[in-house]
Design a protein around this ligand. Structure first.
Ligand code: ZN
Length: 316
């Protein structure tokens, strides 16, 4: 099969690899659509501490496809169309038992290899976080279940309820997903870019989805006294961000960090995509062949003109 292999920053090669054979519990998925995202683009530009193992590494983690073969003990049948996550929690560690599965001590390594003709899904992901999809849900839309699950996790952490005023900082694909979810729940949503030039009123809750230190600071400036700020866009390790201590203390502002998703968010994301697909399908602005996978990654991380790209579909 043909697969995009990450050899290091700005070095992704299309190579021939053997089609994997599923062992017990594993599922071999023929990829129908993979999607690019900001994390893959960060990886492409400068590497990433969590997403990929040591290079050369399979690459790409948002996918939907068709079951091609299964190992013993799998309930999914060949020919079933599926979409899934890039991890699955163990269900047994302290964090998992407390419902904080995104902190599972066995979450890593994350699954990569969606930019390929076939992806071997490990047994735990196959049993927990790989789901069949409806015949009328196209693969590219279904592949959004992973980033949408992250967005649903952030909305959950924000405690957003109908009638709340909420500011979403960031206009990328995740920012658009957050705004769409929140409007659907009856929140009054303001969406702004990270720069201060984009004015915004103070809100009950703020979700930062721009992934810059300046946006983290701005998120705290934009929340009302007593409000909650969700810090959603990851920053490089050792980054230190100064905040106004007066605001945090005397105005009782809650800061919450959010990363990744739990199985409940993957299921909820697939339900949401099945019922409200048009709103999310519009975020898939471009399509590329596997050979050209580096192009949308370069567009996303600023190495090429962006040309309105939010997310790109990669077809093997
Ligand atoms: Zn666990």
């Amino acid at each position: 099969m043909r697969a995009a292999i990450y050899h290091g920053p700005r070095d992704v090669r299309i190579e021939r690899r053997p089609i994997p054979e599923p062992a017990a519990g594993e599922v071999l998925v023929r990829i129908d659509a993979a999607l690019t995202d900001g994390t893959d683009a960060k990886c492409y530009r400068s590497g990433h501490p969590l997403l990929l193992g040591p290079p050369p590494s399979p690459f790409g983690h948002e996918y939907a496809g068709t079951v091609a073969a299964v190992g013993s003990g799998c309930t999914l049948r060949p020919g079933t169309r599926v979409a899934g996550a890039n991890s699955a929690p163990c269900g047994a560690c302290d964090h998992c038992r407390a419902g904080r599965q995104s902190l599972c001590v066995q979450l890593l390594p994350l699954l990569n290899g969606a930019y390929a003709e076939y992806l071997l899904v490990p047994a735990r992901i196959a049993s927990v976080n790989l789901h069949s999809i409806d015949d009328d849900l196209d693969a590219a839309t279904a592949a959004m279940c992973e980033p949408l699950a992250c967005a649903l996790h952030a909305v959950e952490a924000a405690g957003a309820e109908a009638g709340d005023s909420i500011c979403v900082l960031g206009r990328g694909a995740l920012g658009q997903m957050l705004a769409t979810i929140l409007r659907g729940r009856g929140c009054a949503v303001t969406q702004v870019a990270s720069a201060d030039a984009d004015p915004a009123p103070a809100s009950d809750r703020v979700i930062e989805a721009a992934g810059t230190a300046a946006a983290w600071q701005r998120a705290v400036r934009l929340v009302r006294a007593g409000g909650t700020v969700v810090l959603f866009g990851g920053l490089p390790g050792s980054t230190e961000v100064p905040f106004d201590a007066y605001r945090l203390h005397y105005e009782a502002i809650i800061l919450r960090g959010v990363f990744h998703h739990a199985p409940r968010h993957i299921r909820a994301a697939l339900d949401l995509l099945a019922t409200d697909r048009a709103a999310f399908r519009s975020l898939l602005t471009h399509t590329f062949a596997l050979d050209d996978v580096a192009v949308p990654l370069e567009m996303t991380c600023g190495l090429r003109p962006r040309e309105g790209l939010l997310k790109a579909i990669v077809r093997p």
